[in-house]
Structures are given as C-alpha cells and as structure tokens.
Design a protein around this ligand. Structure first.
Ligand code: CA2
Length: 148
C-alpha cells in the first residue's frame, strides 16, 4: 500500500503570496501545494495538503492522522509559539511530525524563537521559504525508512 503524508498548514498561510512577500516570499499556498504534489510523485508517496485558520481543526487533523498517514509535516504558523494544546496533540497522536516554517523563526522577533512544536517533533526545517516543503518531505520519508 502506498504511504501517505499529511501536510498541514496553520493560520494565515492562506494569505501567502498576496501580502508581506518580503517576509514570506511571492509563492502562493496553491503554488506550494503543486510543488509538494510533484515531490510526492518523485518520492512515491501519497499526499494530503490542507490549511486551516483554526487551532482545534489542526488538533483534530493531528488526531485523525494516526493510522491514515505515515507522518505529518506541520507549519503551525503563529500557533507554533502559543499552543500547548497542539503540543499535547502531537505527543499523544503517536505519528511523526516534522515542524516546518518558511521563515527562519530564530532570526526573527524573540517571541518566535520559542516553539511548542519543537520538543515533540522529529525535527525542524525553517528559513528556506517554499523550498522547505519538499525538503521536509525528503526528511520525513528518510525518517520513515523503507515501508514495513
Ligand atoms: O515562517 C513561517 O512559516 C511561520 O510559521 C509563518 C507564521 C508565523 O507566525 C510564524 O512565526 C512563522 C505566519 C504566517 C502568516 O502568513 C502570512 C502570509 C502572507 C501575509 C501575511 C501572513
């Protein structure tokens, strides 16, 4: 059976490419989804790609990922820096999560340096813009290894 990866995008990422291109780049979320779809074909995995502005919907998606997706790539947006609930969802879901950010959160405002996702993620990729998405897919597939 083909493995599936869930790519989950949090609040305001639906605005990508329409505002603040100097921070987040000119690429739209639809462009990024197309990039990920092409990468999924290369890697031989299935991919689900979604965005929500709601914390509870992110949590529900992480709970629902178990048994359906082999792993999750999560750009939790600003919830990264605030959400203990998201951290708890990841640590209880028993599904590997790669934390992803377009920008280098460590080179930005101090409040972005803290991530509630980092301690429960298998790793973090940040600062590479849209290119971080296929990098995260490579990282997750490498982590998962050969299908059992
Ligand atoms: O760099 C990232 O990917 C972030 O997760 C993006 C979040 C930010 O709060 C995190 O600290 C880092 C913000 C996403 C907002 O995206 C926008 C896109 C265009 C215009 C306005 C916001």
């Amino acid at each position: 059976m083909t493995r599936s990866i869930l790519i989950l995008n949090g609040p305001n990422l639906n605005l990508l490419g329409t505002r603040q291109p100097e921070v987040y780049g000119p690429t739209t979320l639809a462009d990024i989804e197309a990039l990920c779809a092409a990468k999924a074909v290369d890697l031989g995995v299935e991919m689900a790609f979604t965005q929500t502005n709601h914390e509870g919907v992110l949590i529900d998606a992480i709970h629902a990922a178990r048994g359906v997706h082999a792993g999750v790539i999560l750009n939790a947006g600003a919830y990264t820096h605030t959400s203990v609930a998201l951290m708890d969802a990841i640590s209880s879901a028993m599904v590997p999560v790669v934390e992803l950010h377009l920008s280098n959160i460590h080179a930005r405002e101090t409040f972005r340096h803290q991530s509630f996702i980092a301690p429960v993620a298998i790793g973090q990729i940040c600062g590479f813009g849209a290119a971080g998405y296929p990098l995260a897919m490579d990282a997750l597939v490498t982590y998962l290894g050969e299908p059992q």
